[in-house]
Ligand binder design. Structure first.
Ligand code: NAD
Length: 491
């Protein structure tokens, strides 16, 4: 079992309180790790340390910051196997998914590092001959980051390298279920030459550590990824203090399949969108909408492919899908399937827990396909966050758009068609921050990511993801002798 303290000021920091949080494997029950249960005093120490370190970090050139963030990316790749095992065991995900997550995290860091070379800004020379305007972007200061358990590394790396590139220092509160890789990566940051105190990690419960971060006067911004439920509370708490909050929240994506799609690709993408990370994915393609004339064949082919997936232990190299995060979550996913059945859905594949052999010691849900799902059913509305997808049939483009947008969420959607006009016109009408066309869960660090509607506020990745972590300053410079203009000053 690994035992950790907080990480503050470039070293292990023993927590102020005596309590510990333990994490057992959701796949086989063995005790994996123990973490300090942080207190408001721990957050205070981390925030003060971060605020002091931020000044020197922001004073470095962008080129210097970029070099150290890139070095961190290299170290993550050097230690990828070790980190992937921690990630797979704590999150219960497959080792192949965990490796992919860490590689993607390194790419996010490399791209964000490149942004530090050229922090945006502009000069305005059109204020007449005797004036110049400068619009500059400055780091916010100390950013508090609160991250979830489903992709502990990627959700962190959609924030951390961008905030660092911008010149901020950070206090991170990882999920209490999956804090291991965040602490290990903070250690690597020290080896990469990121100054002590720029990255601090306080582990523990959201309601204690997260709340203390939100309320701390030295924390200038909160960047949160997690459920819409917690995000709503955090957004409201930040608003009370007029503190900036970036919110990356839940989703209920539609994957729209037209009859003119490459059906082999569409089947593959629909299945991938359902089972990646056992469906515990904010942009899981959980509502598959299929054009009526192919619906029967498509459903049969999807069920056939789902049956071939291998459910396995996290470290099993051949597993396509491993466990869900904990028992209560498994019960919730199975409850959603049962409610769908009672409301009239047909369980075309899976629908139950995998219990045979050693699987009974963990929380495994078979990949599941629900057919005949209608918008009035609970499944169609609520984020289920498990390896489950539904099939809903449509006849016209109008109906497909209405169904896809019939949700309070708006994080991602997919569509499959070989008709380029249809794809482009439709993608404009889908109310989500991301639309995938003839692919799913694809993209690059340069593409901004975030939600419409109740899926969030703000954007991560891309240049937009850098600017989220910056304040904008206007400097208006009068050149030469100022003309006195009483009564005609700026409003
Ligand atoms: P969660 O909201 O329960 O917890 C997320 C984090 O917030 C954890 O670190 C938790 O300790 C902390 N937290 C919880 N309540 C808090 C509070 N009141 N104040 C401060 N901190 C608090 O989410 P989860 O179950 O860990 O993750 C799953 C959710 O995350 C899903 O809804 C999923 O869609 C969402 N998610 C969104 C994205 C995205 O980019 N939009 C990415 C991944 C996950």
């Amino acid at each position: 079992m690994r035992a950790y303290h907080h990480w503050i000021g470039g070293k292990d920091a023993v927590g102020h309180g005596p309590d510990r949080v333990t994490r057992s494997s959701p796949a086989h029950g063995a005790l994996l790790a123990s973490y300090a249960a942080g207190t408001a005093e721990d957050v205070d120490r981390a925030a003060q340390t971060a605020a002091a370190a931020q000044v020197g970090w922001a004073a470095m050139t962008g080129m210097e910051r970029a070099g150290r963030i890139t070095a961190l990316a290299d170290l993550i790749l050097r230690d990828r196997e070790r980190l992937a095992v921690i990630e797979a065991e704590e999150a219960g995900k497959t080792i192949r998914d965990a490796r992919g997550e860490l590689s993607h995290s390194a790419n996010l860091a490399r791209y964000a590092a490149a942004l530090a070379w050229e922090i945006p800004g502009r000069a305005q020379s059109h204020h007449g001959d005797s004036a110049l305007g400068l619009v500059t972007y400055e780091p916010r200061g100390v950013v508090g980051m609160i991250t979830p358990w489903n992709f502990p590394a990627v959700t962190l790396f959609q924030k951390l390298p961008y905030a660092l590139a911008a010149g901020n220092a950070v206090v991170i509160k990882p999920s209490e279920l999956t804090s291991g890789t965040t602490l290990e990566i903070a250690r690597l940051a020290a080896e990469a030459g990121i100054p002590d105190g720029v990255i601090n990690v306080v582990t523990g419960k959201g309601t204690v550590v997260g709340t203390a971060m939100i309320e701390h006067p030295l924390v200038d911004m909160i960047s949160f990824t997690g459920s819409t439920r917690a995000g709503t509370e955090i957004g409201a708490a930040c608003a009370r203090q007029v503190k900036r909050a970036g919110l990356e929240l839940g989703g209920k994506a539609a994957n729209v399949v037209f009859a003119d799609a490459d059906l082999d690709d569409a089947l593959d993408g629909a299945l991938f969108g359902t089972i990646l990370n056992a469906g515990q994915e904010c942009v899981a393609g959980t509502r598959i909408l299929v054009e009526r004339r192919i619906a029967k064949d498509f459903t049969e082919a999807l069920v056939e492919r789902a049956a071939k997936l291998r459910v396995g232990m996290p470290l099993d190299e051949t597993a396509d899908i491993a466990s869900v995060i904990h028992e209560a979550h498994m019960t919730s996913v199975l409850g959603h399937i049962e409610t769908a059945r009672k409301e009239g859905a047909r369980i075309a594949a899976g629908g139950h827990r995998k219990l045979d052999g050693d699987f009974g010691k963990g929380y495994f849900v078979q990949p599941s396909i629900l057919a005949d799902v209608t918008p009035s059913m609970t499944y169609f509305r609520e984020e289920v966050f498990g390896p489950v997808a539904s099939i809903t049939v449509f006849d016209t483009i109008e109906e497909a758009v209405a169904l896809a947008n019939d949700t309070t969420y708006g994080l991602g959607n997919g569509l499959w068609t070989k008709d380029v006009d249809k794809a482009l016109q439709l993608s404009k009408r889908l109310k989500s921050g991301t639309v995938w066309v003839n692919t799913y869960l694809d993209g690059a660090p340069q593409m901004p990511f975030g939600g419409y509607k109740r899926s969030g506020l703000g954007r991560e990745n891309g240049i937009e993801g850098l600017i989220e972590f910056m304040d904008v300053k206007s400097t208006f410079i009068r050149l030469g002798k100022r003309t006195k203009a009483l009564g005609h000053t700026a409003a």
